[in-house]
Design a protein around this ligand. Structure first.
Ligand SMILES: *[C@@H]1O[C@H](CO)[C@@H](O)[C@H](O)[C@H]1NC(C)=O
Ligand SMILES: *[C@@H]1O[C@H](CO)[C@@H](O)[C@H](O)[C@H]1NC(C)=O
Length: 620
């Protein structure tokens, strides 16, 4: 905790440092990385255009003890072209200490940062002043990102926040781009909005099905149309898979389709030229969308079970030339490839592998709406393809050869950035780039694809490698503390083992211990059920969403049956032509005193159609 004197001292220092930073910035019109000129942050920030952020979870780095613990992250992100970290904060007791370190390290390393308030922890209805005051605390720091000369801030969720009250507490005209949702908030007082959904989904925070498929591009369109001309902050994410079991206090066990997502999304971003993009994320290891190093200091919320030995650094390497092209408004990434490289990724098991016998989440009720538990295999796993994905970043054409276990294929790889897929095969994964009869890049991955359930669990997180191989990036220390907790096998140790494992058998051992169900065990329900075709725009039934108060059940049931089924409080349970709602008596509805703003839309819809349940809503 900072004393008031400490805070003042810090602000005094900040003003000086800010002046110094400004004068040094203005002397550099463009940043030159070798012979490629990229538009400077100063120029882009002044125009509020072509800015690149990356979401950074403060909640996982509570173990950091000084600003220098952030230096590695700042330096690597800056080198990749990221302009600023969006510092996602909850309400942990270490939040302010860590924000101080992060702002200091950013200043020391020429990076920018801003706060992104996580409304899983802050309350839109009552925390506007608290949020504004925290913004004020950092507004004059040299590393604070300013857009159009205004202090920038963002959020995760937060619909219903009183933005005017927040700005007034901040004491400055904050450039506010929160993760509000079209239809759930007015766009009147915000400068723009962040769309979090960097993955195709079913519209209800689970993987898409053929009948309920809301693509990332559809999300772009719906945000852009809602925002009118206001700033759209678009998501770019490589992956999503999470597999928390009962060993941690909350559980979630689902995937969104990953595959070629990162490559395709960057191409889309270059074509669409959004004003700002946010890479989701730097270090949310638990949801497997990290592009930052495993070795950067952090704690273990249970994620090490699926992140140990699974570096993602290649995802940032892949992104680097796209970031430069994006900043320059160039749709052709080929002009920005400075070092020829191959980035490859794949899952370590095929999706047919059955880990139910040993998985920590196996035996949980399938798709239990009140607990968000699923049968051991993650919800949505069917949307993952068993492929090896290979991106070539080349200055001139070459031949790419890929061997995935028993599958071998060769491709003509043109100059520029291109993606190739090969069906994943059990065994070794090898890659060769040949030009004019010479192997210019070649290597075998440190991670085999096997039919062993490592640590006894389903793991849908990808292994990402590069040619030439990057530096070793192991998990260590605090990052491994929860690895064995809740495991049902004893073969898994809390230390990195990449490259040291004896190679795994390609055929199953005679008496496998961790990859077969016991005899007579029933087939897992989630593998045989197929979701009925559904149209997400055509909801005609629903209830309160997983984790939401049962007090929403009646409102959701009423509203969803007439096609209004807001994501967040409600979940759609049936699809088809919706009924026509009864006409009300002209009065509108508001949440009952004491109920949060998340009731606003539901009360307005329900009451204006004649259903205004006491205890939730009232006429207003
Ligand atoms: C969702 O739609 C996209 C775009 O058409 C398609 O590529 C993807 O395969 C679809 N996903 C599902 C699960 O149907
Ligand atoms: C769903 O999970 C919750 C939380 O563990 C549990 O209390 C409840 O009994 C489960 N419901 C069903 C239908 O299995």
């Amino acid at each position: 905790m900072l004393s008031i004197a400490g805070t003042l001292r810090q602000l005094g220092l900040s003003a000086l440092a800010a002046a110094a930073a400004l004068s040094s910035l203005s002397s550099a019109a463009a940043v030159s990385t070798s012979n490629i000129q990229v538009r400077s942050l100063e120029e882009r920030a002044a125009a509020g255009n072509r800015l690149v952020f990356c979401h950074f979870m403060i909640g996982i780095v509570g173990d950091r003890g000084s600003a220098s613990d952030y230096d590695g992250d700042m330096q690597r992100a800056k080198a990749a072209g990221i302009d600023a970290f969006a510092l996602n904060i909850g309400t942990d007791d270490y939040t302010v200490t860590q924000l101080n370190y992060a702002y200091q390290s950013a200043a020391n390393n020429g990076m920018k940062v801003f706060i992104s308030f996580d409304f899983n922890w802050y309350h839109p209805g009552s925390d506007a002043t608290r949020v504004g005051q925290l913004i004020a605390q950092y507004a004059n720091q040299p590393a604070q990102l300013q857009v159009n000369g205004r202090v920038f801030a963002s959020s995760f969720a937060g619909d219903g926040l009183d933005v005017n009250a927040m700005r007034s507490a901040a004491g400055t005209n904050v450039y506010f781009v929160p993760n509000f949702h079209p239809g759930q908030s007015s766009n009147a007082n915000i400068d723009g909005a962040l769309n979090w959904m960097g993955w195709d989904s079913n519209g209800n925070n689970k993987a898409p099905t053929p009948g309920a498929n809301v693509t990332v591009a559809q999300g772009d369109a719906s945000y852009q149309s809602w925002l009118g001309g206001k700033t759209y902050l678009a998501p770019v994410s490589p992956w999503f898979s999470t597999h928390y079991g009962p060993e941690v206090s909350y559980s979630k066990n689902f995937v969104f389709p990953g595959g070629a997502l990162l490559f395709n999304r960057w191409q889309q971003v270059l074509q669409q030229g959004f004003p700002m993009v946010e890479i989701i994320t730097w270090n949310d290891y638990g949801e497997s969308h990290y592009v930052g190093p495993l070795s950067s200091k952090h704690g273990d919320d249970g994620n090490s079970k699926w992140t140990n030995d699974m570096p993602h650094d290649g995802f940032l390497d892949l992104s680097t030339p796209f970031i430069a092209a994006y900043k320059n408004g160039d749709t052709n990434v080929a002009n920005y490839i400075q070092t020829e490289k191959v980035v490859y990724w794949y899952r370590r098991n095929l999706k047919t592998l059955n880990c139910d016998a040993t998985d920590t989440t196996a035996g949980r009720p399938a798709n239990n709406d009140s607990g968000n538990y699923f049968e051991g295999i993650p919800n949505g796993y069917q949307t993952m393809d068993d492929n090896v994905y290979v991106v070539t970043l080349l200055k001139s054409p070459a031949t790419l050869s890929v061997t995935s276990g028993g599958n071998s294929q060769s491709f003509n790889a043109p100059a520029g950035a291109n993606i190739f897929t090969v069906p994943a095969g059990l065994g070794k994964q090898s890659f060769v780039v040949n030009r004019n009869g010479q192997n210019i890049l070649s290597g075998t991955s440190l991670m085999d694809i096997t039919n062993v359930c490592a640590c006894g669990i389903y793991n849908f997180n990808p292994y990402v490698g590069t040619l030439p191989a990057g530096p070793s990036d192991p998990l260590s220390g605090d990052g491994l503390t929860s690895l064995v907790s809740g495991l049902r096998v004893t073969t898994c140790q809390p230390h990195p083992s990449l490259g040291t494992n004896p190679s795994s058998p390609v055929t199953p051992p005679a008496n496998p211990t961790s990859n077969s169900p016991p005899p007579n065990s029933p087939p897992p329900a989630s593998r045989t059920s197929s979701a009925p075709p559904a149209d997400p725009t055509n909801c005609n039934g629903g209830t309160n969403a997983a984790g939401q108060s049962g007090n929403f059940a009646g409102l959701c049931s009423f509203s969803c049956s007439f096609g209004y089924c807001p994501v967040g409080p409600c979940t759609c349970t049936s699809f088809g032509p919706a009924g026509t709602p009864p006409s009300g008596d002209g009065r509108n509805g508001c949440p009952t005193a004491g109920e949060p703003d998340s009731y606003k839309g539901l009360c307005s819809f329900s009451c204006s159609h004649g259903y205004c349940p006491e205890g939730a809503c009232q006429y207003c």
